[in-house]
Design a protein around this ligand. Structure first.
Ligand code: FE2
Length: 320
């Protein structure tokens, strides 16, 4: 990696490792994978993989493991529960355990996202290693599927499905249909996955920021942050280093690194690590603002509210 905290998803120097998946019967390249962030802790958090998909990720399910993926370029036909729908750039797929899912890509498609509770990077790294040292192990469909099964990818029969609009498939989250929206000074927060559907561990929010929107975090912030910038420019300060992140960048910040950021012009980014309980915090904040606004002036009460929901924001707003 060229930079401690800034990851350019388009720069091979920022890939931790690469792996490929080939069709076990035809030998055609199906998935070109770049491992960007490794899983951490007992729940294997922050496992980020950026992939160019050329074929079909066959119908499969996981006994554990949540996956949240962004269609970035190209398009994808997602099949779940006998329904197939077409996804375009900007759409997000969120899949939970025991939910069979197949993704077919009619054209080369940048498909990137994050897992938790399943070590997908490890599965891909092992695959690359086997191919290097003992490729016979992966010959033929049965061998390949056995490998995947051992890594909790339970391959299913080819699904039979009907075409539907993506609005009928709750695993699909489109930019125009967030689960919730909150307007704050200089930022609109939009929710795309909930803690209730992520094993209680994360939630996915998008911040649509105005020019000059700035967030300062507490210095003793114990959270890992992963920000995924999809539009505009965001200037970060992390542990004394300053840098600008643009689209196709992740910013990964380790626990206890002092951090702040400012949007330079309008900018949009996702909070990918998702450790803050934003929904609960924003709901409670809205309630207090509506029902008991005097409490907003009570610094101790507000600090307790942030602590309760693991919010490490010290201050925010427009600063120019
Ligand atoms: Fe999967």
């Amino acid at each position: 990696m060229k930079h401690k905290y800034l990851i350019n998803l388009l720069d091979p120097a920022d890939y931790l490792s690469v792996s490929q998946m080939f069709n076990p019967e035809t030998g055609a390249l199906e998935e070109d994978q770049r491992i960007i962030s490794l899983p951490e802790g007992p729940h294997l958090m922050f496992d980020f993989v950026d992939t160019i998909m050329y074929g079909t990720a066959r119908y499969h399910e996981h006994s554990v493991g949540w996956e949240t993926f962004f269609i970035t370029t190209g398009c994808c036909d997602l099949t779940v529960r006998g329904k197939t729908c077409r996804l375009v750039p900007g759409d997000i797929i969120h899949v939970q355990p025991w939910m069979g899912h197949q993704m077919s890509f009619p054209e080369p498609t940048v498909y990137r996202g994050i897992f938790h509770d399943i070590n997908m990077s490890g599965t891909l790294k092992n695959l690359a290693y086997i191919r290097e040292v003992n490729p016979k192990q992966l010959e033929g469909l049965a061998s390949f599927q056995r490998y995947l099964l051992r890594a909790d990818n339970i391959i299913r029969e080819t699904p039979v499905s009907v075409r539907v609009d993506k609005s009928e498939v709750p695993e699909v989250r489109t930019p125009d249909r967030p689960l919730g929206v909150y307007e704050l000074e200089g930022v609109t927060m939009k929710q795309y996955t909930g803690r209730w559907e992520n094993n209680g561990l994360t939630e996915l929010w998008k911040a649509e920021m105005e020019d000059g929107f700035t967030v300062e975090f507490f210095e003793d912030n114990p959270n890992t942050d992963i920000f995924y910038i999809i539009d505009g420019e965001v200037r970060f300060k992390v542990a004394g280093e300053e840098f600008t992140a643009t689209h196709d960048c992740l910013v990964k910040i380790p626990p206890y690194a002092p951090r702040s950021f400012t949007a330079k012009g309008k900018a949009i980014m996702f909070d990918l690590a998702g450790l803050t309980h934003w929904l609960d915090l924003l709901e409670d904040y809205t309630s207090i603002k509506t029902n008991d606004p005097a409490r907003l002036e009570d610094k101790d009460a507000m600090a307790a509210l942030k602590e309760k929901y693991n919010c490490q924001v010290a201050s925010f707003g427009i600063m120019k």
